[in-house]
Design a protein around this ligand. Structure first.
Ligand code: GDP
Ligand code: K
Ligand code: MG
Length: 272
């Protein structure tokens, strides 16, 4: 196929729409997502002999299902399975932005990070070691200053490159032993519904079930699997899981950031 379906995601105000505009120019369509009053922007770009279909997803801090924006963004990635997902990040606010990254990694996508607002980061004297961060996350990063059109061609080249590969699930976050064990048990139950397993990543779905995510639960279609899952979850307190999992995601970020921030770079590469 000559078409590449690309989704832009990221926190609010990080420059998603600026990236979207820089890529698609005037070839845009604006409408609404079905059933909700959330704006839907799509656009087309011809590049390297390929046709890129780009969608500008609503800005979110997380991929839970607490708001219409989160459900739209998450369901697009899960159900429509874009060939490539670009997370646009504000380079001056990496810690907060990487929280969404941990969740995109958990879903498993062809993820590319656009480290946007690099002009502001540079002005503040902040710098990240891109090769080391790429290695720690297991994905590609491109530096952009979208409002000046900088890094956009590099981003397009990376989209073409990534579009040929399968989604990856760099399993970066390990929960405690008890939770990992429960994830495995849930995955075994879910595996009984083959159709479900071709649609959703089983580890991600198991994690969301433990977190008490009703939207994720509603994706279970087999009543047999539903029954077993409900029985498994009946004695568990989902709030505790949600807290533990959020902690582990932040812990991962706080381990990664010092290794890629300016000043720590030398130490990292010599001991790595
Ligand atoms: P969105 O909410 O993620 O879609 O963010 P927008 O694309 O609407 O951008 C938010 C603001 O940041 C706008 O005023 C943009 O002009 C500005 N902006 C976008 N990218 C950059 C960048 O790389 N550097 C700077 N300095 N400003 C940017
Ligand atoms: K905005
Ligand atoms: Mg926007």
């Amino acid at each position: 196929e000559n078409k590449i379906r690309v989704a832009l995601t990221g926190n609010p105000n990080v420059g998603k729409t600026t990236v979207f505009n820089a890529i698609t120019g005037s070839r845009q369509k604006v409408g609404n997502w079905p059933g909700v009053t959330v704006e839907k922007k799509t656009g087309i770009k011809e590049y390297g002999g390929r046709i890129l279909e780009i969608v500008d997803l609503p800005g979110t801090y997380s991929l839970t299902a607490y708001s219409a924006d989160e459900v739209v963004a998450r369901d697009y990635i899960l159900e429509e399975k874009p060939d490539v997902v670009i997370q646009v990040l504000d380079s001056t606010n990496l810690e907060r932005n990487l929280y969404l990254t941990t969740q995109l990694l958990e879903i498993g996508t062809n993820l590319i990070l656009a480290l946007n607002m690099s002009d502001l980061a540079e002005r503040k004297g902040e710098d990240v070691n891109i090769p080391v961060l790429e290695k720690l996350l297991g994905i590609s990063l491109i530096r952009t200053t979208a409002n000046e059109g900088k890094g956009i061609n590099e981003l397009l080249d990376e989209i073409i490159l990534r579009s040929g590969s399968a989604s990856s699930f760099p399993n970066k976050i390990e929960y405690n032993k008890k939770i990992e064990d429960e994830i495995r048990q849930l995955e075994r139950i879910l595996a009984e519904d083959e159709a479900l397993m071709t649609r959703y990543p089983s580890r991600w779905l198991s994690i969301k079930l433990l977190e008490g995510d009703e939207n994720a639960h509603s994706k279970l279609s087999s009543s047999n699997v539903q029954f077993k899952v409900n029985k498994f979850l009946s004695n568990l307190i989902s709030e505790e899981y949600e807290a533990e999992m959020a902690d582990k995601r932040y812990e991962f970020i706080s381990r990664v950031l010092p290794q890629v921030s300016k000043g720590r770079v030398e130490r990292m590469s010599s001991s790595d």
